[in-house]
Design a protein around this ligand. Sequence first.
Ligand SMILES: Cc1cc2nc3c(=O)[nH]c(=O)nc-3n(C[C@H](O)[C@H](O)[C@H](O)COP(=O)(O)OP(=O)(O)OC[C@H]3O[C@@H](n4cnc5c(N)ncnc54)[C@H](O)[C@@H]3O)c2cc1C
Length: 304
Amino acid sequence: MLTRALVLKVAEMPAFKNWVMRSRLTQGLVQRFIAGEDVETALAVASRLNSEGFLVALDYLGEDTQRLEDAQQATNQYIHLLERIAERRVNACISIKLTQLGLDLGCTVARDNLARVLEAARNLNNFVWVDMESSKHTQAILDVFCELYPRYPNSGTVLQSYLYRTPQDLERLLNLGARVRLVKGAYAEPRDVAYPDKRSVDRQFKVLMERLLERGNEPAIATHDTRLIQHAKRYAAQLGLDKSKYEFQLLYGVRRDLQKQLVAEGYRTLIYVPYGEQWYPYFSRRLAERPANLYFVLRNLLRR
Ligand SMILES: Cc1cc2nc3c(=O)[nH]c(=O)nc-3n(C[C@H](O)[C@H](O)[C@H](O)COP(=O)(O)OP(=O)(O)OC[C@H]3O[C@@H](n4cnc5c(N)ncnc54)[C@H](O)[C@@H]3O)c2cc1C
């Protein structure tokens, strides 16, 4: 059985990465998960999804920025994206990574850049999700988010059910009143910070999800796990929570049948739509979530 850590290690091998990025054989799979490389293509996808009844979060791909000018450039791109969303009247918010805005260069850089994006979003009446990244960044991401939230309540952040620490982090965000997107977690994490087995991750997801539905501000349940989605529907109904008060969130290209079904049943459903040239790290996490995706790539690699 291939573990997430192993798949992510293979994905980092330069030869594998170069081949995937260049090969026409993998382009179909890449296009399934990535909306395109430029902003206008992403907006066209968002617009189509809107017409099918979905809300959208746009992610301009990029992470682990190591140069100040790249962090500024990513910040400017997000502000430009917010302006284009408004001009085109697309119903889309944005989802961003603090390491893209310069977190590795210091919390102050990331905080100042995030504040610029949040300011632009507030002026344009839009909303910003701050994605969660690997556990070495969790504390810094939450600290920056919590510092800015009182000034910018047009923002929310993400918690991962695989981390042991998440129950405490959830209480912190519930006390703040911020919107929370609950996910299982997509990074390779050591055993001393995260549950290594799926069953424990799912169990903690269920407990956190119940708490979030009870106390949260418009909770976002971000999973394609049908058992957990069924439980969320039942639990929310039991609490008397109206369908407009919480949201399901799914990734572009994953379980499209389920996405359509949720909309048809009248659930508020958001699709997370990534775009941009720096798609490889995001794509490799999608490979790691489902061994069949990796086998598909490997089969084509061997057939070369
Ligand atoms: C809207 C959204 C935002 C996210 N934001 C973050 C974030 O900020 N930080 C973070 O760490 N993680 C994030 N994730 C990813 C998340 O942590 C999981 O890695 C991912 O959602 C897969 O887990 P699952 O909950 O769908 O459950 P799983 O048990 O992994 O999957 C359930 C079922 O979904 C389908 N499925 C899942 N993944 C794939 C795939 N890649 N390809 C094909 N089918 C698949 C399969 O049918 C599978 O059986 C986000 C996920 C979503 C939906």
